[in-house]
Unconditional design. Sequence first.
Lengths: 242, 295
Amino acid sequence: MKRRKYYDVPEDNVITLRNVYKSYTKGTPALDGISLDIREGEFVFITGDSGSGKSTLIKLLLRELEATSGYINVLGYDLGTLKHRKIPKFRRNLGIVFQDFRLLENRNVFDNVAFAQLVLQVPKYQIKRNVPDILKTVGLADKYRSKAEELSGGEQQRVALARALVNKPLILLADEPTGNLDANNAWEIMDLLEQINEQGTTVLVVTHNLEFIEKMHKRVIRMNQGVIVEDEEGGIYDDERY
Amino acid sequence: MRGISYAIGQGIKNLFRNKWYTFASIATITACLFLFSLFFAVIINFQNMLQTAEESVSVTAFFQPGVTEEDILNLRVGLEEREEVANVEYVSADQAWAEFSADFAEYADIYTENPLADSANLVIYLKDVSKQGQLVDYLNGLEMVRDVNYSEIAADTLSGMNSVIGYVSVGLFIILFANSIFLISNTVIAGIAVRKNEINIMKYIGATDAFVRGPFIVEGILIGLVGSLIPLVIIYYVYNAAVDFVTGRFAILSSMLTFIPTKELFHYLIPLSIVLGVGIGFIGSALTTRRHIHV
């Protein structure tokens, strides 16, 4: 039996990766020995070209995939030894937003957000209280009866964000959340993410958009061919260098 | 508890969301269980008729001159203890003569003494005709026995038919069962494909396996349940009509055609059909969701 190596996890880390490899087939690995520390309450951009390993990283953090080797600890859960039946409980600490929104068609805004609470079997009276609250936060309080497909892209993403936030996650993972939006809507979403972060949620945003990176002055992790090539606090991102 | 009510609610909604798949699945399960029930009705009646026929198959043992009635009655007690024997009737010489006289009075008048003095016999009825050979061997091996009368062909034919029916029913049952599971499985796969987005979201939010699979399993069970009730209704009418038709048309064979009453048939068929329908629905959807939904 392969012996697992245990690492010291710094106390305020919410995400810790040590020497993480992930390969799908023999050949170039999708992640090639990544080590990373993300502390509680951070706002982190993850950027890089297609195929740089960003999506694989997100999937590993969600425990949708397992690392080929290395150590991943998220919120105290050692994902390498996490039992299958404990995965749902682990995921309840995370919120996730995708580029394509992934809302439930034919259901209204309220039902889409309430769905996240329904799945966790939150009592109905609490759902009735929580959903309007979170819709207010994302600025959609008056649209709760609209069908998802009747909304604009920006509004749909805000519904998705409300759905990710309604269960009060400790970490929010946003995979290209503005990829399908125009500049104005994209900035609205970014402002929301920043607000959420200010309230204490750790936020990881995968993005290609250099404008956010340059203007928001957050930590930037740049990936290339499965390795981290740059990890800068304050978002000083020198595109010329790459 | 809320998980269960959610699964039931969603399971019912799923039935209506995928109307055509639901309809197709119910129709195929109905068809399968209709065939099964029809087959069951035929088999159970056939077996009933066979059993009636088997019960009339008997072995008669005649005894050597000088064997006393007491010896014969002792043997009768011994025979009744054998497991293949249903019951044993003793026919004394006087009874045998009385029966003969009653049947053939014109011949009986010739005799002044009982010509069947040595014809006291034991008529042995079997529980299981396939064991007739064993019993005959045993009787032939006894010194007191002069002769054993039996019909080998009747016993062989009946036990042969019995085993053929057994094999055919098991074979047909397996085919119908596997077919139904396959069909339910396809419906559930279609349902999963339709709701792929929803399932993915549930997984990311942190829904448990059981929570995600529950509605599909409820859906499968409901399809199975409805699919088992429809053929019962059809069979009820078909069976009554068939029995009326056959007994009316072939009245001449009425002594052989002993049909099981509808009530008795449904006493077995209702629970069997429901258990099968629900079982097929449950197994089909449980297996499919296990294979196709990974948290």
